[in-house]
Write a protein that binds this ligand. Structure first.
Ligand SMILES: [Zn+2]
Length: 341
């Protein structure tokens, strides 16, 4: 039996050495030291041997088993290393290849303009005041000096909700009422940016939703000259130090007097081009002195307080700047448009 064990050891070690891969090695292991392996069988049969042989055979079998186990373990390590090397060779990665580009998000062109406007007005001391998109009829119209019978209401086709008197704001001006009622009788210097909604036929020139940026200053001794100076200072920051600004008289129900503001066309420098329709001027804002009725509705005494307000369209400004001819691009969610900015 001892001789048989020597033979098994020799055979096993030889086969371990010859095993070409992990699978072959596993077969050798199962043939000798596995559950039904030959060395295992010898170890199990020790009980059946004559008593005087048991000790010697037992010791020898254990030595053989340990030797074979050790050889298998070391061969397994070696095979694993060489198999890993081969796998890496076969599936080699070229680390110098450029990676796959990840799409980078960006800020919507209208929001880019809004942020730029907010930064300029912040420099000039105007805080952002957020107001709601859903309004009541009173705040959107009546308190802004647009009573129910007022013909100017026809200018704004309104989205009404199923709840009578509740609508989507047609302009950012109702925010003026909220701000004044919150701050009166303190002075105010704010801008009110946000989305407005009008029930319009969607075309290249008009959309059912668009941003406005409104400004409001209320305090003592605020005059038309303050409004004009403020607008000019803004235009220089936005369009360049040398830009010319022009004021035309106009009418809005919530300001008196009212003006419209043009800047020298920044595309042609005032020479006249297709965008400025050969006039050399671009309209950028409507403005005026806050109407006494509006001041009163906001909680200020119009005999002591005065103020000015202005409103501009970030999309329109973006269109002028980039020569965009169709406002529908803004909310069309077409990456071919959005990725250009
Ligand atoms: Zn022009």
């Amino acid at each position: 039996m001892l001789k048989r064990l020597d033979e098994l050891q020799d055979q096993a070690l030889k086969q371990v050495e010859q095993a070409a891969d992990s699978a072959a090695l596993a077969q050798v292991e199962s043939a000798y030291t596995g559950k039904k392996g030959e060395i295992t069988t010898v170890l199990r049969s020790i009980g059946t041997l004559p008593a005087d042989e048991r000790k010697a055979v037992g010791e020898k079998a254990n030595v053989v088993k340990q030797a074979v186990d050790a050889a298998i373990a070391s061969r397994a390590d070696a095979l694993k290393a060489s198999e890993l090397g081969a796998a890496m060779q076969a599936g080699a990665i070229d680390v110098t290849l450029p990676g796959r580009p990840l799409p980078v998000g960006r800020i919507h062109p209208a929001n880019q303009t809004l942020r730029e406007l907010a930064a300029i007005w912040a420099e000039m001391g105007f805080q952002v005041y957020r107001s709601r998109d859903v309004e009541d009829d009173d705040t959107n119209f009546t308190l802004l000096n647009l009573p129910p019978h007022h013909p100017a209401r026809d200018m704004w086709d309104t989205f009404h909700t199923t709840q009578p008197g509740v609508l989507l704001r047609t302009h950012t001006s109702p925010g003026q009422i909220h701000a004044m009622r919150q701050y009166a009788p303190e002075p105010i210097r704010i801008i009110l940016p946000g989305m407005c909604y009008r029930y319009e036929q969607v075309s290249a020139r008009s959309e059912v939703q668009f941003n406005q940026l409104e400004g409001l200053a209320v305090g003592y001794n605020i005059h038309m000259t303050d409004l004009k100076g403020t607008i000019v200072a803004f235009a220089r920051r936005m369009f360049g130090e040398k830009v010319a600004v022009r004021f035309r008289s106009s009418h809005f129900p919530f300001t008196e007097p009212s003006i419209e503001v043009d800047v020298e066309c920044f595309l042609c420098g005032g020479e006249g081009c297709a965008v400025c329709k050969k006039t050399g001027w671009l309209e950028i804002a409507g403005a005026g002195m806050v109407h006494p009725v509006v001041l009163k509705n906001g909680g200020y005494d119009p005999s002591k307080f005065s103020g000015f307000a202005f409103g501009m369209g970030p999309e329109r400004m973006t269109m002028l700047r980039h020569g965009i001819t169709d406002i529908r691009y803004f909310w069309g969610n077409d990456p071919r448009f959005l990725e250009q900015f």
